[in-house]
Design a protein around this ligand. Structure first.
Ligand code: CP
Ligand code: NVA
Length: 305
């Protein structure tokens, strides 16, 4: 079997609905898995900090019978001391059955993905966060019963999380509005590609700079930090630029009464989301975080078996 990577949401374009359903099944079966990944090792390379991605991948592979190896990239030779990314890739392919990588630069992610003979799974880079988007689709299916006709409004910085959500929404048939300042729109190529996929699917992907218009009748409001890891925007500038995109009770009151609020976490209460909303009855952020575990089990089961 040829190896498969999961670096962009597009890498699961044809099987995202099955992965969502498998995640829901594995969630229901938690504690009763046999060991489908017995003897398999997942190496996890981190260039940036993580709470959810690190813990959920480690627990996911452990519960499927395998083993995780945490690697802090600052203590590796990859890309330095004369060892190319490709050399590291080839060596690691001899030791482990899969590599999860959290990278600063998507170009290095792509190089790793090209050079390994084992699957590379992105744990986030500066362009996308595909495993987050898969877990988000699991959460939306659980909370909203499906995708078609649901309206998701992403507010704030058009970052990696937003880019992956655009693809995931387009693939699953959600109508999505990326509501961001003109200077912080999602990646233009991803926006265009996602709109084309949505067109072919009978759904809509659009941009907006008007939160009050965008949030009307929304089923899901979603936000993320205004300053991503590796982004040198000052806090002062971000507070000014993004203020009107904050998810607060005012914006939430414009959405449908049963609208859910999502955030990939870590969250900054008082910035992209108020404490009232984050800790309020419409917030599903901790179910969403838990679903990282189940979604990644589905990914590991599919790619590493
Ligand atoms: N949402 C997410 O990826 O969180 P971590 O940075 O804690 O992994
Ligand atoms: N957009 C954020 C997501 C963190 C999980 C970042 O890249 O830092």
């Amino acid at each position: 079997m040829t190896k498969r990577n999961l670096i962009s949401v597009l890498d699961m374009k044809d099987d995202m609905p099955e992965l969502v359903d498998l995640a829901i099944k594995l969630k229901a079966e938690r504690g009763n898995h046999d060991a489908p990944l017995k003897g398999k090792t997942l190496a996890m390379i981190f260039e940036k900090p993580s709470t959810r991605t690190r813990i959920s991948f480690d627990v996911a592979i452990t519960e499927l019978g395998g083993h995780a190896l945490y690697l802090d990239s600052s203590n590796m030779h990859m890309g330095k001391h004369g060892e190319t990314v490709e050399d590291t890739s080839k060596v690691m392919s001899r030791f482990v059955h899969g590599i999860m990588y959290r990278a600063y630069d998507y170009k290095v992610m792509d190089r790793l993905g090209e050079a390994t003979t084992v699957p590379v799974i992105s744990g986030l880079d500066n362009l996308e966060h595909p495993c987050q988007a898969l877990a988000d689709m699991v959460t939306i299916k659980e909370k909203k019963g499906g995708f078609r006709g649901r309206k998701l409004v992403y507010l704030g910085d058009g970052n990696n999380v937003c880019n992956s959500l655009l693809y995931a929404s387009a693939i699953m048939g959600i109508d999505m509005i990326a509501c961001c300042p003109a200077t912080r729109m999602p990646n233009a190529e991803i926006m265009l590609n996602a709109s084309r996929i949505a067109d072919a699917n009978g759904s809509k992907i659009v941009a907006s700079h008007e939160p009050e218009v965008a949030c009307a009748d929304a089923d899901v409001l979603y936000t993320d930090t205004w300053i991503s890891m590796g982004d040198d925007t000052s806090k002062e500038a971000a507070l000014k630029l993004f203020q009107m995109y904050q998810i607060n009770n005012g914006l939430l009151s414009l959405a449908k009464p049963d609208c859910i609020v999502m955030h990939c976490l870590p969250a900054h209460r008082g910035e992209e989301i108020t404490a009232e909303v984050m800790d309020g009855p419409q917030s599903v952020v901790f179910d969403q975080a838990e679903n990282r575990l189940h979604a990644q089990k589905a990914v590991l089961y599919t790619l590493l078996r």
